[in-house]
Design a protein around this ligand. Structure first.
Ligand code: PEP
Ligand code: MN
Length: 356
């Protein structure tokens, strides 16, 4: 994908791109009311879902095609670009016919290559920007695959939307940010715009500001934030929607950082980081050598590879030590789990005699 282009080149007030609007279109009045207020605050791109993918049947599944007319009316009255979510051929055809400016593919749809391909086939030959949310599962290749399907259909104005990844159980975030995934996406596709959706990531109003700031600090290109004229009465995602007034307040408090300025001291610090990373890798390889020797011993004594008590001791002691040094225990748990997994893999190789 050598010719990726920005989704919009409209005149924004500095960075970032801001896309705002309700989770769902509910009525013409709600759409026009929200759109006018957002436009007064300088928002240039308006979002609203017309077809809503609900986890279970019986929820509010969107107003359907009639909502497209409301979006077009909002566009005519405010001059904003309008965008909506599409999940199949019928949605794409209806949105293109209505004159929607930008389409997005939702997280559940990005996870399904058949659906993405259907959308790509239908979109081919049309010059419309497409935003692709990360799939619900943390699978970067699947995300890139979805982007590639749209790109191969001749669409080059593409942006990725990072909205976090599903995990089982209740957590601080509705969807885990797993920032390393969009960071790797940026490394793999440096010309691809990445927009953060702090609304679906946090799932709560109070997390929108900190997540937005974090996304900007990481150099993301924009934000997609759910905004509703009367959030408490919203038919979907009400706990994460904010009024246009609150949105405006949050946007005004965000700090924009320099992106291109690399000071000499910063590059010196980066050199130190590079050196420390190399040291870490060397130490890890030393640990793996010892681990293989242990594997050899276990093989000779017909011992099993994983000893739960020993692993439990390692995990707890490393987490405790990390905490003493000012790191989070759960971070160290991830590190130890990854090291242990590689160590077990290497010992199994020794057992199978594929390694000296
Ligand atoms: C949405 O944007 O309203 C939506 C359904 O989001 P996601 O696909 O990220 O769940
Ligand atoms: Mn929503």
């Amino acid at each position: 994908m050598t010719d990726l282009k920005p989704i919009v080149t409209i005149d924004q007030v500095g960075r970032p791109i801001v896309i705002a609007g309700p989770c769902s279109a509910e009525s013409e009045e709600q759409i026009l009311n929200t759109a006018h207020t957002l436009a007064e605050y300088g928002i240039k791109i308006f979002r609203a879902g017309i077809w809503k993918p609900r986890t279970k049947p019986g929820g509010f599944e969107g107003v359907g095609e009639k909502g497209l007319n409301w979006l077009v009316k909002a566009k005519q009255e405010t001059g904003m670009l309008v965008c909506t979510e599409v999940a199949n051929r019928a949605h794409v055809e209806a949105a293109l016919t209505a004159g929607i400016d930008i389409l997005w593919i939702g997280a559940r749809t990005s996870a399904n290559p058949f659906a993405v391909q259907e959308i790509a086939d239908c979109i081919a030959g049309h010059d419309i920007p497409v935003m692709i949310k990360n799939p619900v599962n943390p699978d970067l290749e699947l995300w890139i695959g979805a982007i590639e399907r749209i790109y191969n259909a001749g669409i080059h104005r593409i942006a990725a939307i990072h909205r976090g990844f599903t995990v089982y159980g209740k957590h601080l975030y509705r969807n885990m940010p797993q920032w390393h995934i969009p960071i790797e996406l940026r490394r793999r596709l440096p010309d691809l715009q990445i927009i953060c959706d702090p609304s679906h990531m946090g799932g709560k109003r109070e997390l929108i500001a900190p997540l937005s700031q974090q996304a900007l600090d990481m150099g993301f290109d924009g934000l997609m934030i759910e905004s509703h004229c009367d959030p408490d009465c919203a038919l979907s995602d009400k706990s994460q929607q904010i009024t246009p007034e609150v949105l405006n307040f949050i946007l005004n408090t965000l700090v924009l950082r320099e992106t291109t300025h690399t000071t000499e001291s910063l590059s010196l610090l980066r050199q130190q980081i590079d050196q420390i990373d190399n040291d870490l890798i060397e130490i890890l390889s030393k640990r793996m050598r010892v681990s293989r020797e242990i594997g050899q011993y276990k093989k000779e004594h017909r011992m099993q590879i994983v000893h739960t008590n020993r692993y439990d001791d390692i995990l707890k002691s490393r987490m405790k030590f990390a905490e003493e040094l000012g790191m989070s225990g759960s971070f160290m748990r991830l590190v130890v789990e990854a090291i242990h997994e590689e160590s077990v893999r290497q010992q199994i190789e020794v057992l199978n005699n594929r390694m000296k």
